[in-house]
Design a protein around this ligand. Structure first.
Ligand code: G4P
Length: 525
């Protein structure tokens, strides 16, 4: 296994609150790397994909991005894998799982709105996984909040030390550019999408007399702030950055192509190559000769014409060669890999080889589930793929009782994809569906009708919460289940789950049954 192939990989995701500019930034990153040549291509790709897939009508109608995808491109010597995440919060579970497959994240913050709710939730996941984060404060061409205030908000809310790499010279109508604190250079701003990546004017140092000539008062005000900031903030400590404790902060305007190259440079210079990943049995080093990989996402009907189901696999170690036989360790089954796809700059292509950090797509008909581990034969299971306890519950029934069997089969598929969580009450009765966001029900209903020909009726459930329960004390567990049988259910993986209508019920049970562990999150292991 060539170590240099591992070391030149950078695998990351862009995360943000909806509307902060994630889609725009993604497109500009591709544009700057040369992977695409026309602005607007990413949106164009999206609408094309909508048209090929019926259920995505929903996202077209609502103008949100439900589907995630992967884009690979080269930047300098680096091979960059950019994993797209759904912007809408109702699909945040999907985003959380994508985050388990990356080595770094770029967090986009709308300079006018500061840190928003969705960013906080996503950051919590990054923190748990100690994912290093590069912060991009966007929309400086608009009236944004004072930069110092934004920095302290990042620090207070996100619990990371913010290290400014650049500093804005004016904002809104007065936005003139940024001072690059790393290179001691001024980069002048010019509005417009036509600006090429390398034609920005640069001035050297804080005392370049041309700065006052060009930017006047705005520069003088910025200079005071820059001197203050430069004196007050430490330089970036790479170890602290890699541990997710410090975040470099860049200011810019994605729509105007401003600040994009700096993000790419920071990714290549600072973000880590693939690192050791934990499996239940042992840690797995990316430089190991043998292939291992983890399924972090399963998506059906990416191409409606072929009705395929694609498992997105992150390569964790070794080298993937087309045609190699891989073992699904959950079942022990071998799979063929002759038509595995890669995601080179938005095109799905048959891949010949892939290295740690890369994402490959394996078409299959149900052999691969979320969280599966693939190896050349060793019985390994990667841990850490999260499932969150749902916040909305509804019972589901087929309108035509003769279709009940198809419904349960379809629900099994959809839960294997992570589209919805399925609970089977221990004492019988209608199946319960659990979702983190209401829109998941709409997508599921649409897909059940379109893909499985099952029309369904959802009914509200009295349950509002669930907790996975476990205990090291088998007797206590048995007693707990017996006494609470009326509100126990099995999830799709046959894990015991407690259903509750109110948080106070769970609080009371915790007191009564101290030997039972109630978990809001289940990690596949
Ligand atoms: P998202 O994926 O995070 O949801 O955000 P997206 O990129 O779709 O951007 C949300 C809106 O913010 C878009 O405007 C986009 O053009 C705008 N935007 C992104 N970056 C900048 C920036 O640097 N400056 C300014 N002023 N606006 C920016 P929209 O009107 O919702 O969509 P569109 O009609 O422009 O496509």
């Amino acid at each position: 296994m060539s170590l240099s192939e591992v070391n030149r990989r950078r695998t990351f995701a862009v995360i943000s609150h909806p509307d902060a500019g994630k889609t725009t930034l993604t497109e500009k990153l591709l544009l700057f790397s040369g992977a695409i040549h026309i602005a607007g291509a990413v949106k164009g790709r999206k609408s094309k994909r909508f048209a090929t897939s019926d259920w995505m009508e929903i996202e077209k109608q609502r103008g949100i991005s439900v589907a995630s995808s992967v884009m690979q491109f080269e930047y300098g010597d680096a091979v960059v894998n950019l994993l797209d995440t759904p912007g809408h919060q109702d699909f945040s579970e999907d985003t959380y799982r994508v985050l388990t497959a990356v080595d770094a994240a770029v967090m986009v913050i709308d300079g006018a709105n500061g840190v928003e709710a969705q960013t906080l939730k996503l950051l919590e996941v990054c923190r748990r996984q100690r994912t290093p984060i590069i912060t991009f404060i966007n929309k400086l061409d608009r009236d944004v909040r004072p930069p110092l205030e934004l920095l302290s908000e990042v620090e207070d809310h996100l619990g990371v030390a913010a290290i400014p790499f650049s500093w804005p010279i004016g904002t809104g109508k007065d936005f003139r550019g940024v001072y690059d604190l790393q290179r001691s250079q001024i980069r002048a701003f010019r509005a417009g999408e036509a600006v090429r990546p390398d034609d920005s004017v640069t001035l050297q140092g804080l005392d370049d007399p041309r700065a006052v000539e060009q930017f006047g008062e705005t520069w003088l005000r910025a200079k005071d702030e820059i001197e203050l900031v430069a004196g007050a903030t430490p330089t970036l400590d790479r170890e602290l950055f890699l541990a997710g404790k410090q975040s470099p902060v860049l200011f810019g305007s994605a729509i105007n192509n401003f600040g994009i190259r700096e993000i790419l440079d920071a990714l290549v210079d600072l973000a880590p190559p693939p690192k050791v990943r934990e499996a239940v049995q042992r840690p797995v080093d990316p430089a190991e000769a043998r292939f291992t990989g983890m399924v972090f996402k399963v998506q059906a009907n990416m191409d409606q014409q072929h009705r395929d189901r694609v498992a997105f696999v992150r390569v964790c170690s070794g080298k993937f060669d087309r045609g190699m036989a891989l073992t699904v360790t959950r079942t022990g089954k071998k799979i063929k890999t002759s038509n595995v796809v890669s995601f080179l700059s938005q095109r799905r292509e048959i891949t010949e080889e892939a290295y740690p950090g890369d994402i490959i797509g394996i078409p299959n008909h149900g052999t691969l589930c979320l969280g599966d581990t693939l190896t050349e034969g060793e019985m390994l299971e990667f841990s850490g793929l999260p499932f969150f306890s749902p916040e909305i519950f509804q019972t589901v029934e087929a309108l035509d009782p003769m279709r009940a069997k198809q419904l349960s089969e379809a629900l099994r598929h959809l839960s294997e994809e992570g589209a919805i969580q399925v609970f089977r009450p221990m004492r019988g009765g209608p199946t319960l569906l659990g979702a983190v966001g209401a829109l998941q029900f709409e997508v599921v209903s649409h897909r059940l009708a379109g893909e499985y020909r099952v029309e369904v009726r959802f009914s509200p459930s009295r349950y509002r919460l669930s907790r996975w329960v476990s205990s090291t004390d088998a007797t206590a567990m048995k007693r707990f289940i017996e006494f609470n049988a009326g509100r126990m259910a099995y999830d799709a993986a046959e894990q015991m789950t407690l259903l509750a209508a109110h948080p106070s019920e769970i609080a009371a049970l915790k007191e009564t049954y101290p030997a039972i562990v109630f978990s809001e999150m289940r990690e596949l292991s």
